[in-house]
Design a protein around this ligand. Structure first.
Ligand code: NAX
Length: 327
């Protein structure tokens, strides 16, 4: 039996947490041979810790063979201690009438503190995946605090957007979604993201020739993927949670699977026209478990370049709003 992995999860009593923790404990994230210890972190507020106790009772009641321990805490130093993976799901939601700059700054404080503590107390092989919004910028902020851990250890999730795009292409083409490959998300996890349909394939052929409808690809396709989160809120009265948890399972599973090709928001190396200081969605190939390389060389036409310029600008604007907070 392998030694258990320590998986810290913030916002563990929230909506996404409620779908996520059971998937981790069942083996969906790290595989059926890998035991885990869940280190659940909540905000230091009474209701959250009480709700967390209920979630932990349910985890106990699942009798997951791979679950070797549960830690519940509102102290980040305890929660991130020796963590191999830190999944940063908890964040402050945008309140009514709140300016985006204030949201960025309020969350910035949370991610500065968490970045510092992870750098201090997490395991030597620590990896961090950020979900809490604005995810790319929160990830950049957390990474800015690290002195021991290198920037490549900090990733943000754009996998939900990739999964959404894959399904939309499959539906339009009338094929099984497993026929759709190499659909990558560039840029911010926000409506400006760019699902680069020109490189996607359907049954091995270019998606653009199978679908053969550039007006749909450039218009409704990009819009549906970019605004899917809002459509779910309008329909469900609550933001996407199960699909977001599922995407985080995919994000981490792909990052621990050498050879996997997938979209991850990583520190830009200047590729594809992104500013080198932002965290942007890119196509990556996992090299060794937890490590990856950006796949270079996809050619971008004028439409793609303009979409990437817009999402890069948004990321740079977000960075400018918090730059005085960075380490
Ligand atoms: P909830 O409001 O249900 O849960 C958030 C939880 O985080 C709460 O229990 C809260 O007490 C906790 N929390 C807040 N501050 C904390 C702190 N400093 N330390 C530890 N815990 C803290 O939100 P939920 O629906 O679970 O969404 C969580 C985050 O994911 C939000 O920021 C949301 O915008 C973001 N999303 C990101 C997505 C992505 O693709 N990157 C998609 C889904 C989701 O919208």
């Amino acid at each position: 039996m392998k030694a258990p992995l320590r998986v810290a999860v913030t916002g563990a009593a929230g909506q996404i947490g409620y779908s996520l923790l059971f998937r981790i404990a069942s083996g969906a994230m790290f595989g059926p041979e890998q035991p885990v210890i869940l280190q659940l972190i909540e905000a230091p507020i009474e209701n959250a810790m009480k709700a967390l106790e209920g979630v932990a009772m349910e985890l106990d009641d699942c009798a997951f063979p791979l679950l070797k321990g549960i830690i519940m805490t509102d102290d980040a130093k305890v929660g991130f201690n020796n963590a191999n993976w830190s999944l940063l799901v908890g964040a402050k939601p945008r309140g009514p009438g709140m300016e985006r700059a204030d949201l960025l700054k309020d969350n910035g404080k949370i991610f500065i503190a968490q970045g510092r503590i992870i750098d201090e107390v997490a395991a030597a092989d620590a990896r961090v995946a950020v979900v809490g919004n604005p995810a790319n910028t929160n990830c950049m902020i957390a990474a800015s605090q690290a002195r021991r851990l290198t920037a490549d250890r900090f990733t943000a999730m754009v996998r939900l957007d990739q999964n959404r795009a894959q399904t939309q292409l499959a539906k339009k083409a009338g094929v099984d979604l497993t026929s759709v490959r190499d659909i990558f998300i560039y840029g911010n996890h926000s409506p400006t993201m760019f699902p680069a349909f020109a490189h996607a394939t359907i049954n091995g052929k270019p998606a653009t020739s199978v679908i053969n409808d550039s007006a749909w690809l450039q218009g409704p396709f990009c819009e549906t993927v970019g605004k899917r989160g809002a459509a779910i809120i309008a329909a469900r009265g609550a933001s996407s949670a199960a699909s977001a948890a599922n995407a985080l399972v995919d994000h981490v599973r792909s990052l621990v699977t050498p050879g996997a090709i997938h979209s991850v928001a990583v520190k830009s190396n200047g590729a594809y026209g992104f500013d080198p200081n932002v965290w942007a969605g890119m196509p990556v190939r996992t090299t060794t478990p937890g490590s990856y390389e950006v796949i270079p060389g996809y050619s971008m036409d004028d439409f793609a370049k303009s979409k990437i310029a817009a999402t890069n600008k948004e990321l740079m604007d977000e960075r400018a709003m918090v730059v005085d907070m960075l380490g």
